[in-house]
Write a new protein. Structure first.
Lengths: 133, 169
């Protein structure tokens, strides 16, 4: 009797648990590979993370300028001083759950930091860095 | 007997109407708090989510048309997202609002003035003109007048009264 009641309850909870937001990194990595990225590596992403680029106003910028060198830690926006949650997927499961959101931030932040949109290779390397840190 | 009931009854009706937040009848304090989760998320992740009642519609339109260079940052969005944001902002902008501070903001703008910085609205400048720099720009905890919630502890509720201001230094 109890088992008959328990089975649908367990089924329900397992369904609810699987509705928790899933990481879209594997989907994006595959998309970038199809578009021409190859041998995507966290180490390459990490090197790019701290590389400095000269902006139009003469200032030097890198991803680390706001996000910090250690992506397991919270970063901070230089002007508004708003805290930026850690980029490492290992400490922040809230990130990388929506493709549109990831692409939005890549577009904005690559243009602002590198002065251009990132290539699929660069995005692929960055995602490996976020995923494996 | 009648007067014992009618007097207090009228008093009760009057005070309950007077205390209502329904701004069709009475102006509400402050500015209308943000009540749109999409706006909160898109426009509150890098900085304080400025309430729509802090600027007129024409200012919001100007800001949204230049997101690629948003005060030195790139805040680009897809056009359909911009349209959603503009619909929300224009519906509740200062020129449409019955909230007290929104009305004061509008009264302080001359002609068709279109400020794109909340901090440059004459009414708001006037309210802050006696604060020494050490409490704002020279303070690492505040940094800029644009970080309203650094000092205004109830800014997220649209309340900017002095009573709820704490200067970090």
């Amino acid at each position: 009797m109890i088992i008959r009641l328990l089975i649908p309850v367990l089924f329900f909870f397992s369904t609810v648990a699987s509705l928790e937001a899933q990481s879209v990194i594997p989907e994006l990595l595959e998309k970038y590979r199809i578009e021409g990225a190859s041998s995507c590596m966290a180490e390459t992403g990490k090197t790019l993370w701290t590389k400095e680029f000269k902006s139009k106003d003469g200032s030097m910028r890198s991803c680390a300028s706001c996000h910090g060198v250690n992506i397991k830690e919270t970063g901070k926006h230089a002007k508004s001083m708003k805290l930026i949650e850690a980029m490492a997927q290992s400490v922040n499961k809230n990130r990388y759950t929506k493709v549109k959101k990831v692409e939005k931030w890549f577009k904005r932040n690559c243009k602002w930091t590198l002065g251009r949109i990132c290539s699929v290779q660069e995005k692929c390397d960055y995602l490996m860095f976020f995923k494996e840190s | 007997m009648k007067s014992i009931i009618i007097g207090p009854l009228y008093f009760f009706i009057f005070t309950s109407v007077a205390c209502t937040n329904d701004s069709r009848f009475f102006s509400s304090e402050g500015v209308k708090p943000v009540d749109n989760s999409f706006y909160q998320e898109e426009c509150g992740v890098c900085h304080f989510a400025y309430q729509s009642g802090l600027l007129p519609e024409r200012s919001w339109e100007k800001i949204l048309s230049g997101l690629e260079d948003h005060f030195g940052d790139n805040a680009e969005l897809d056009q359909d997202d911009i349209d959603i944001l503009f619909k929300y902002l224009s519906k509740n902008s200062a020129d449409k609002s019955n909230f007290k501070r929104s009305k004061k903001i509008m009264r302080s703008l001359r002609g068709n003035a279109t400020p794109i910085r909340v901090t440059k609205v004459p009414y708001i400048l006037d309210k802050h003109d006696e604060i020494p720099k050490k409490y704002i720009t020279d303070s690492s905890k505040v940094n800029s007048m644009s970080n309203c919630d650094s000092c205004h502890t109830t800014a997220d509720k649209g309340i900017f009264d002095d009573d709820f201001v704490i200067l970090p230094n």
